[in-house]
Design a protein around this ligand. Structure first.
Ligand code: PMP
Length: 360
């Protein structure tokens, strides 16, 4: 063990669930409802499916290492230049690549309490010091995060909306924050759930990258675009940052299927709109359930709702499992009284509600 740095030795592995088929076999239940990983409940879009089938013939060849067509499509959609884009095997991969490129063991990295698990993970793996700033109303306390900056700070992670709390910072709050961060500190705006935010409230974050060379915006195809299993994400930065990341990047960090699927998904507006509509309806369904039973919940801008269920959240998680519903315990995020429920299709949300009503 001494061969690994102290940060790595102190890590615990990402808590992934068992394959759903295994859970079904163990419990002797068919048709388990999984509302645990903030996935898109619609399944793959037909247009993407068709494009994937057409891509199969070329799979004996290496993928396009530069992702030429996907970058061109992202550039067109988001009004940036291709040399500002970095692609990855999910946004996790690009977040890690960013940290590997810019952070080393003499640095500090700031994130919020209840922040997405990958931030402390990549920070610690590099031997850097993670500074978890106490949350305010479950969300980012931006003033406290500014106050935590020291000469050693190299990076600040902000997830907006945040996972697992679903909290949201307004454009005004974010703009004021970014303007106050010193230029030698990278602000990483992780917008994995961006598409679920009502259009009128979305920050023009990618446009801000032109103004703030230390601002980095990451997005994913795993949520509203429905490609979680394919692994596709991207980051928009100043071209100089993209150039440095490109030197560190593994050449084939996206595969031919994920490249093509992401390209097609960006044009599949009907699927995207339906994803958001299904999410809005499902969110209303779960919120109505919470209100009916006076269960406190954290108002969410994502595709999940984090509900305060009390001191025996772990026991409730197990009971829900017995009823064939998998949700996500969030004790590891310092939320031991909560469970996070991903928004599913109407009947899946209802299965959760029915199980809860049977248990409570
Ligand atoms: N950021 C946040 C805040 C997330 O919740 C997730 C997914 N759980 C990701 C990034 C990474 O998603 P992916 O690697 O699938 O793009």
């Amino acid at each position: 063990t001494e061969l690994a740095n102290l940060g790595i030795r102190n890590l615990s592995p990402y808590q992934a669930g068992k394959p759903i088929e295994e859970v079904e076999r163990e419990l002797g239940i068919k048709n388990i409802v999984k509302l645990a990983s903030n996935e898109n409940p619609l399944g793959l879009s037909p247009r993407v499916k068709e494009a994937l089938t057409a891509t199969l013939a070329g799979l004996a060849r290496y993928p396009d290492a530069n992702g030429f067509y996907l970058k061109a499509k992202i550039a067109e959609k988001f009004g940036v230049r291709a040399n500002q884009i970095t692609l990855g095997n999910g946004s996790n991969d690009v977040l890690e690549l960013l940290a590997r490129t810019f952070v080393s063991d003499e640095h500090e990295v700031i994130y919020s309490q209840h922040a997405f698990v990958v931030y402390p993970l990549v920070t610690q793996a590099l031997g850097a010091k993670g500074i978890a700033v106490p949350a305010k109303d479950y969300g980012h306390d931006l003033d406290a995060m500014l106050a935590a900056i020291t000469p050693r700070t190299r990076m600040i992670f902000i997830a907006n909306p945040n996972n697992p709390t679903g909290t949201f910072l307004t454009s005004e709050q974010l703009a004021a924050f970014i303007a106050k961060v010193p230029e030698n500190v990278l602000v990483v705006l992780d917008e994995a759930y961006y598409e679920y935010v009502p259009e009128s409230q979305r920050a023009p974050s990618i446009d801000w990258v032109q103004r703030y060379p230390n601002l980095v915006v990451s997005r994913t195809f795993s949520k509203a675009y429905g490609l979680a299993g394919l692994r596709a994400g991207f980051m928009v930065t100043h071209p100089d940052l993209a150039d440095l990341m490109n030197r560190v990047r593994q050449p084939f960090n996206m595969n031919s299927l994920s490249l093509r699927a992401a390209e097609v998904a960006l044009d599949d507006i009907a699927y995207l709109n339906e994803s958001v509509a299904v999410n809005d309806a499902g969110m209303a369904q779960l919120v109505a359930f919470c209100e009916k039973h006076e269960l406190p919940y954290i108002p969410s801008y994502g595709n999940f709702l984090t509900i305060e269920v009390g001191s025996d959240a772990a026991g409730l998680y197990q009971k829900l499992l017995q009823h064939g519903v998998i949700v996500r315990p969030v004790a590891g995020y310092e939320l031991p009284r909560h469970l996070r429920v991903s928004i599913g299709l109407k009947h899946e949300n209802q299965a959760f509600i029915d199980a809860m009503e049977a248990i409570l």
